[in-house]
Design a protein around this ligand. Structure first.
Ligand SMILES: Cc1ncc(COP(=O)(O)O)c(C=O)c1O
Length: 443
């Protein structure tokens, strides 16, 4: 295992520059590249770029490579399956990996109810399927979702999303009937209240105001909620938030749809992030970490709820046999120690970042669970003034030092390394982060 990044060229290096130019000529300009990293190969937590520079990766390909880059067990499972069957479409035919993965997901989903699983290829497809299933099952037209939420970019998922206007600009009209409400982002409370004195007013407001004035609750199909908001800024709500919201949902027979796409699959130290909050959602959307990098989305729902008829929803590629085998191998690794490692290394990371917060006033908040950790950058800690520019500069400086990070929310940096990360790699990341905080402070 390498001990530290190795940057041999100016960044981007000559090969990377050439490839970026070619990309700019042929690839969609809608992608959001924070810095010009051109990846050639990767192993574990370490990424080699086109010029053979070596980077420490705390992005895991946007929280996807749960078992690290190219984990040998996952690669072996992929190769073995590739020799047998690449595709047959689980929509029209049966094959073992899809059935086995559905059984596995049904077994590990929290609670005792029998579950059924629908397969797609991405997070957005899992959310889209949840949206359709909720309508199909309840025959209700309205839905609630949260400000700050990111649920994907297809039209249904995008209609539920309320993260950044650039994601929605020029795409109106959206699917009607969705109302966004404030999430418990207690560092920046929408109602200017303070937890716990607020008694979670953001939730009582739903029942006392929203349901009394504008939204008849008996017409609401589902509440779509991330257990911990991901793209919105790695926002961890108070411990009782989900139970209180779930109680409201139960009262009006509204389905509780947990979007576990980013927070799920062991990243927070439990298989599903909702387990931290003691809530058993009716429907869970899964993707990202589920197959360590192979494209796969899954919807896990109570069998009683997943009662749509044949032909009502399907996908040609969903539940691809190779992706399913990669997922089965990933889940076995998660259960075999990676989930525990996420908890242990996540605590080490949070402790280190909290130490840095003591000496660096630009760190307004440190938050997270397991290996879903963020720091929020501010220009004034008292006033909590967001420092978006400073955040972007830090991410760029980190890249130049061979440390890969991503932003989230308006002014936060997320740390979401693979669940295989070692204590030494956490310490290397913290050391580099401290260096760049110092370098930035001097400017
Ligand atoms: C919580 C959540 N839901 C859905 C999605 C959409 O996933 P995908 O990009 O695979 O469509 C994301 C992606 O970041 C996400 O974080």
């Amino acid at each position: 295992m390498p001990l530290s990044p190795r940057i041999k060229t100016a960044l981007p290096g000559p090969q990377a520059r050439k490839l970026v130019k070619l990309d700019q000529k042929y690839v969609s300009p809608s992608y959001t590249r924070s810095y010009p990293l051109v990846v050639k190969a990767a192993q574990g937590l370490w990424v080699t770029d086109a010029d053979d520079n070596l980077f420490l990766d705390f992005t895991a390909g946007i929280a996807v490579n749960a078992s690290g880059h190219c984990h040998p067990t996952v690669v072996e499972a992929i190769k073995t399956q590739a020799d047998k069957l690449l595709h047959m479409s689980g929509t029209d035919f049966y094959y073992t990996p899809q059935i086995e993965l559905a059984q596995k997901l049904a077994q590990i989903a929290p609670g005792r109810n029998r579950r059924k699983v629908y397969f797609g290829n991405s997070g957005a497809e899992a959310v889209e399927a949840a949206f359709k299933l909720a309508r199909w099952h309840t025959q209700r037209e309205l839905n609630l979702a949260f400000f700050g939420a990111f649920h994907g970019r297809t039209m249904g998922a995008l209609s539920l999303t309320a993260s950044k206007t650039v994601q929605k600009k020029h795409y109106n009209p959206f699917v009607p009937g969705i109302t966004h409400i404030p999430y418990a982002y207690c560092y920046r409370c929408a109602y200017n209240l303070t937890y716990p004195d607020c008694d979670l007013y953001c939730l009582s407001w739903v029942e006392d105001t929203l349901f009394r004035t504008t939204i008849p609750p008996e017409e609401v199909a589902a509440i779509f909620v991330e257990p911990i908001q991901g793209e919105g800024g790695y926002i961890v709500p108070p411990p009782e938030f989900h139970q209180k919201l779930y109680a409201i949902a139960q009262k009006y027979d509204i389905l509780y749809v947990a979007d576990e796409v980013q927070a799920g699959m062991g990243r927070t130290g439990k298989m599903f992030a909702m387990e931290h909050f003691g809530v058993r959602p009716h429907i869970m959307a899964l993707a990202k970490g589920i197959a360590s990098g192979m494209p796969l989305g899954a919807l896990v729902a109570d069998a009683k709820i997943m009662n749509w008829e044949a032909g009502s929803h399907a996908s040609t590629f969903g539940g691809n046999p190779i992706s399913c085998q990669a997922a089965l191998a990933t889940i076995a690794l998660l259960q075999d120690g990676l989930m525990d490692n996420a908890r242990i290394q996540g605590e080490r990371l949070m402790t280190g970042l909290r130490e840095l917060q003591k000496t660096h006033a630009c760190i307004g908040d440190v938050r997270g669970k397991g290996l879903m950790v963020a720091v929020e950058l501010v220009t004034d800690r008292e006033k909590r003034t967001p420092d978006r520019d400073g955040r972007n500069k830090l991410i760029d400086l980190a890249f130049k030092q061979g440390f890969l990070l991503l932003g989230c929310g308006e002014n936060s940096i997320r740390f979401c390394p693979a669940l295989t990360v070692s204590a030494a790699e956490i310490d290397t990341g913290l050391t580099i982060f401290e260096e760049i905080l110092r370098a930035r402070a001097k400017k």
